[in-house]
Structures are given as structure tokens and as C-alpha cells.
Design a protein around this ligand. Structure first.
Ligand SMILES: Nc1ncnc2c1ncn2[C@@H]1O[C@H](COP(=O)(O)OP(=O)(O)OP(=O)(O)O)[C@@H](O)[C@H]1O
Ligand SMILES: [Mg+2]
Length: 305
């Protein structure tokens, strides 16, 4: 197992009477994309900022790249890249000026123009910040977070407010950061984003960690039932499905049949059965649970309720 680059043990943070983070423990391992997911106000940004050293915890122990984020803040700053949830730049600053300014803050930096090209901003060098689109601003913030070639990158709500196309482009950039050897710690309240992008996720709600694992592990552990839905006029198809050892339930509405079951072989078993018995089928789909379903199962409510 790769070593932990972030290790958080029993983190606690309060703001007056608000308990923002309550006994959170997790490890982010070298080379992974780790996502902290949860609804608004869950404590994601607070947890991330404590790990970056920009907020002091009230309790618990944090180690990042072997450093104490509070005590070793200056050393840590040279090695981590940070994109903030509510980042702003002076509106008239030009893209190349922002890159130069950021580069001046670090001892070791990469070539700014090459970095802009990598993020698809080569044509925007002379554009003012206020004239960039939302997706271009986000890409600029990623560029600024990468200017000093950090080994660990923090991305807080990177794609909030972007359209699906811009979001996908950003996902590719994040995957590229990892491909180049860096570790990514991100937050999102988009379960689909977490599912597509993250090797492992931690689900946080009301400051408490409620689940941790790979998206597939969390789905398998909490929502193992898969449904196959198809339409068939053939006689006896529902009875035949009921005899499948991996099928748990068969519900038929007219000629539409919904078969529920568990296990790695279930969907294949249904397909074999349909093909083997020569049933004529029109329309066939599977309903595989997602992290959204896991969240619903664990909390009793949807992410945006
Ligand atoms: N500076 C602050 N002062 C007082 N309360 C704060 C402060 N920052 C955050 N909080 C509170 O702490 C809790 C956790 O906030 P946090 O910003 O960590 O949540 P989040 O999961 O990042 O939410 P979002 O998805 O909206 O970004 C919330 O109840 C919030 O109101
Ligand atoms: Mg936040």
C-alpha cells in the first residue's frame, strides 16, 4: 500500500457553538485522487484548510508530507498546491501577470507558458481575468496551484457552477495531475464527480465521517442490489427468471419485467437465461446503484434535500 501523504486523526474544529468537524480521521495515500464528499456545510472546506495549515484545529493530529501544517507552514507551502473554493483575482490582471505573480512566491517553478498550454489557456495569455469564462477561470486557478510543481494538490469544489462539458475538461486535467505523479485531495458535493474521478472517497455529513472506501466498495457494501429491466412478450419469462439462483425478486408490470439480484454474476445470469431460452426481448437496461444511492441509504435523505 502506498504511504500516506496526508494523515488526519481525530480532527475537531468548532466555530463558536458550531461543530464544523467532529472526530474525523482519514489518510490520503501517495498517488491517489481522494475525494471528500458531502452536502453544503458538512465540513469539507474546514477539514481541507486544517490540512493545508490555513486553519488551526481545536483537536486531533494532522501530518501532511511528514510535516505539521501549523508548525511547518512555510515548508509545507512550497510543496502543496491549493485551489480555493472561492478564489478571486483582481479583475483587470492578465493571465500571464497572474502566473508571474504566483511564480514569484516559490523557489522552484515550472515554465508558465508551457503550463498555460497544458491547461488549454495558451491563447488567453493576454486576457484579463474578468474576461475569462467560468471554466477558463477554473483552469487558471489550477495552473496557479501547479506553478511550483507540488507533490500534493488540494482542489476545493473545482467544478461547481460549470457546465457538463467544462466539468469533463477539468476532470481530465485532474487525472493528468495524478498521471504526472502528484497526489490530489479534492472536495465535491457532486457524487457523479466523485465516482468518475476519485480512487477513494470519504463521505462527511454534519462534520462526521460516515463512510470511507473506493466508490465501488461503498456501493457494494451499502447498496448491493442491482436491477435488470426489460420488456418481453414471451410466455413464461417471469417464471423462468424467478428460478435464477441469483435473482431475489421479479416484478412484472404488463410485459415489463424488473429482476433484482446481487453478486458479480447476476446480470450475466439474466442475459444467459434470456439467450439460452430464446426469449424475445425489446429494451434492456441495468440499474446499478451509485454513490448517490449510498448517501441516501446512509443518511436517509438525498444530498440536496
Ligand atoms: N469562518 C467561519 N466562521 C463560522 N462558521 C464557519 C466558518 N467557516 C465555516 N463555518 C461553519 O462550519 C460548518 C462547515 O463549513 P465548511 O465550509 O467546512 O463546509 P463545506 O462542507 O465546505 O460546505 P460547502 O459545500 O458549502 O462548501 C458550516 O456549518 C459553516 O457554517
Ligand atoms: Mg466548502
Amino acid at each position: 500500500m502506498p504511504p500516506a501523504v496526508i494523515s488526519i486523526a481525530h480532527l475537531r474544529k468548532t466555530y463558536g457553538a458550531t461543530i464544523a468537524v467532529d472526530d474525523v480521521s482519514l489518510e490520503v495515500r501517495e498517488g491517489e485522487i481522494f475525494g471528500l464528499i458531502g452536502p453544503n456545510g458538512a465540513g469539507k472546506t474546514t477539514t481541507m484548510e486544517c490540512a493545508q495549515g490555513s486553519r488551526a484545529a481545536d483537536g486531533g493530529v494532522i501530518s501532511v508530507l511528514g510535516l505539521d501544517p501549523q508548525r511547518d507552514a512555510d515548508a509545507l507551502r512550497q510543496r502543496i498546491g491549493v485551489q480555493h473554493q472561492e478564489a478571486h483575482l483582481q479583475k483587470r490582471i492578465k493571465v500571464w501577470e497572474a502566473v508571474d505573480l504566483w511564480a514569484s512566491l516559490y523557489k522552484h517553478t515550472v515554465d508558465g507558458d508551457a503550463l498555460l498550454a497544458r491547461l488549454g489557456l495558451e491563447g488567453k495569455r493576454d486576457t484579463r481575468f474578468m474576461n475569462l469564462s467560468g471554466g477558463q477561470k477554473q483552469r487558471l486557478f489550477i495552473a496557479l496551484a501547479l506553478i511550483h510543481e507540488p507533490t500534493l494538490v488540494f482542489l476545493d469544489e473545482l467544478t461547481t457552477g460549470l457546465d457538463p462539458q467544462a466539468r469533463r475538461a477539468i476532470w481530465e486535467l485532474v487525472t493528468d495531475i495524478r498521471r504526472r505523479g502528484a497526489t490530489v485531495f479534492l472536495t465535491t458535493h457532486l457524487m457523479e464527480e466523485a465516482e468518475r474521478l476519485c480512487d477513494r472517497v470519504a463521505i462527511i455529513e454534519h462534520g462526521r465521517l460516515i463512510a470511507l472506501g473506493t466508490p465501488a466498495e461503498l456501493v457494494r457494501a451499502n447498496c448491493p442490489v442491482v436491477r435488470v429491466v426489460f420488456t418481453s412478450e414471451s410466455d413464461g419469462v417471469a417464471e423462468r427468471m424467478r428460478r435464477l439462483p441469483t435473482a431475489q425478486a421479479v416484478v412484472s408490470q404488463g410485459s415489463t419485467h424488473t429482476i433484482s439480484g446481487e453478486g458479480d454474476d447476476f446480470v450475466t445470469d439474466v442475459i444467459h437465461c434470456i439467450a439460452g431460452d430464446g426469449f424475445r426481448v425489446s429494451g434492456f437496461r441495468t440499474e446499478i446503484p451509485t454513490l448517490e444511492d449510498v448517501f441516501l441509504k446512509l443518511t436517509g435523505h438525498g444530498l440536496r434535500d
